[in-house]
Ligand binder design. Structure first.
Ligand code: B16
Ligand code: MG
Length: 219
């Protein structure tokens, strides 16, 4: 019986995945590295510093910067990202998500946010949906980020549930792997190719329906 939903943020609740991509692209260009949307799939759900490392590797510059310089580059990206999320309002909640959250609340399901983003709490406040959630897993407290299952295991613990009593929703390959690794039913949002490991996938958040999700999860 499913009693809780564990949500990713960027790309599932709101389209900040696009802002992350644009900020990384602009940072990469400044240091002479080209990235495209296909490469960006690898960055989804991955922490800020790990994302930078992947970009540097891609540009053959893995050893070109000191740790302090890398911190500075990651900060530059985050400053540009924060600029683009300043104007976020409840209108930026992706199609179908408000209805899904409301229905889940009516059915007394627990709701937890499992985002790799340190900007998650600020975004949730701006979207005005913090009250609906029972908790946020603090990504800074994790030993390992996605694709490690830890963030989803901690999400279930926050609700006092087993991982089999929860469903995880993700738009990132690393996120789906994390949910599957937690022995939790995974719902993917995105292209068939990117979501091929999901237990159930839809192309768009507008296609998410609570009843269908619960049925697919065998609840
Ligand atoms: P920040 P999610 C992830 O959020 C993003 O998908 C990923 O692109 C980003 O690098 C990561 O958060 C860290 O974000 O730099 O804001 O701490 O998809 O797990 O909600
Ligand atoms: Mg995401």
């Amino acid at each position: 019986m499913i009693k809780g939903l564990i949500f990713d943020l960027d790309g599932v609740i709101t389209d900040t995945a696009e802002y992350h991509y644009l900020a990384w692209k602009s940072l990469a260009e400044k240091i002479g590295i080209e990235i495209d949307r296909e490469f960006n799939e690898q960055l989804k759900g991955i922490s800020r510093m790990e994302s930078l490392e992947l970009i540097l590797e891609r540009g053959g510059k893995a050893d070109a910067y000191t740790d302090a310089e890398k911190e500075e580059l990651a900060t530059q990206k985050n400053e540009e990202y924060k600029e683009s999320i300043k104007e976020i309002t409840p209108k930026d909640i992706l199609p179908g998500i408000s209805e899904l959250l409301k229905e889940a609340k009516e059915q007394k399901l627990g709701l937890v946010l499992a985002s790799a983003s340190k900007n998650g709490p600020a975004i949730m406040e701006r979207l005005e949906i913090m009250d609906l959630f029972d908790g946020i897993v603090d990504p800074a407290s994790l030993k390992a980020g996605k694709p490690d299952p830890e963030i989803f295991v901690r999400g279930a613990e926050m609700l006092g549930l087993s991982t089999r009593e929860c469903v995880g929703l993700e738009d990132a390959e690393a996120g789906i792997q994390a949910i599957n690794g937690a022995d939790m039913f995974s719902v993917g949002v995105g292209s068939e190719e990117a979501m091929r490991e999901a237990d159930y996938a839809v192309a768009d958040t507008a296609d998410l329906n609570l009843q269908t999700i619960l049925e697919k999860a065998g609840s």
